[in-house]
Design a binder for this molecule. Sequence first.
Ligand SMILES: C[S@@+](CC[C@H](N)C(=O)[O-])C[C@H]1O[C@@H](n2cnc3c(N)ncnc32)[C@H](O)[C@@H]1O
Length: 314
Amino acid sequence: MDTIDQQLLKIRACFDLDTLLSTEIDGAYTMSYYSKLSKWYRLLHSKEGAMHFPLYLDEASDHHAALHVPANRIASVIRSKVTQSQRSIKVLELGCGHAYNSLYLSQAFSKQPVEFTAVDFTPNNVKWANAKVKELGIDNLRVVQADFEALTKDFGQFDVVFATESLCHARNVERLFRSIQEVLQQEGQLVVFDGYCTKSAAEQSDKEALASRLLAMGFAVETFAAIEDWIQLGKEQGLSLMQKDDISAAMLPNLQRFQSGSDRLLSYPRSMRFLRSLRLLPELTARHLIAGALAAPLLEAGVIAYYQLVFEKL
Ligand SMILES: C[S@@+](CC[C@H](N)C(=O)[O-])C[C@H]1O[C@@H](n2cnc3c(N)ncnc32)[C@H](O)[C@@H]1O
């Protein structure tokens, strides 16, 4: 029995999987998840508002530095656009959450001709981010409530579009890429940090499919897209892949901590079922525990992988 089997056994002892898996994870579910949990992310994960995983890469030695890794990598893409261009550069963040990345980048580029826009569809995230923009006196960032699957040319034309751990929530990937292609300038770049299945649905074993679906559910994601299918859909919308880095190993230190916390609670199945029967364990917390139990084993087994992707609109 491998680690994924062992984790599934623990989960089955605590939860009724059929009931769990019957939930429809659509846009309304995702928005309600973030409406309820964003404040907990600020309390337990990052008081500055990051909602993505820390990446232990590029000599990042602590949680704070590791949370800045995606933004620092995006900054290099922006810097090269600034160097190549005679005009002001426009940058758009998709699914910005509290705009942690855009707040950081807009301050880093405050003395250069770069204008930032960030969108998110969860109203309280946008409200929190706008309060921060005001508090910090930032004048080169606007945060707007919008669905990143429904942007049109009128929204603006951007030289760099980026997203950290938000595009996995897209309900329709073709629609998402059409939306991005509407707002990305010719030769503009799309930079993505996110998790994907390494195999298509047809190639996964039943166990892999079940475990990755439970993992996705814990993060309010319908299903993690298969990486090659996702890249192909981008290509069909005129976005050519320039860079694909598997940086899964950089996630593991944090995911292993997440797993040991979840495992501790899941080792008391009777208490878990009792607490749930009395509704003392909130549903979203229960689902998060399941994600915690499965994320590291699925990454270690290579079923799920985390990538930095860079596309260019040709
Ligand atoms: C895991 S959080 C990541 C937030 C931010 N990128 C970060 O790294 O801190 C995902 C965010 O995507 C947003 N989101 C999900 N689907 C969206 C959509 N269709 N349009 C806009 N925002 C969306 C959620 O509201 C949430 O704030």
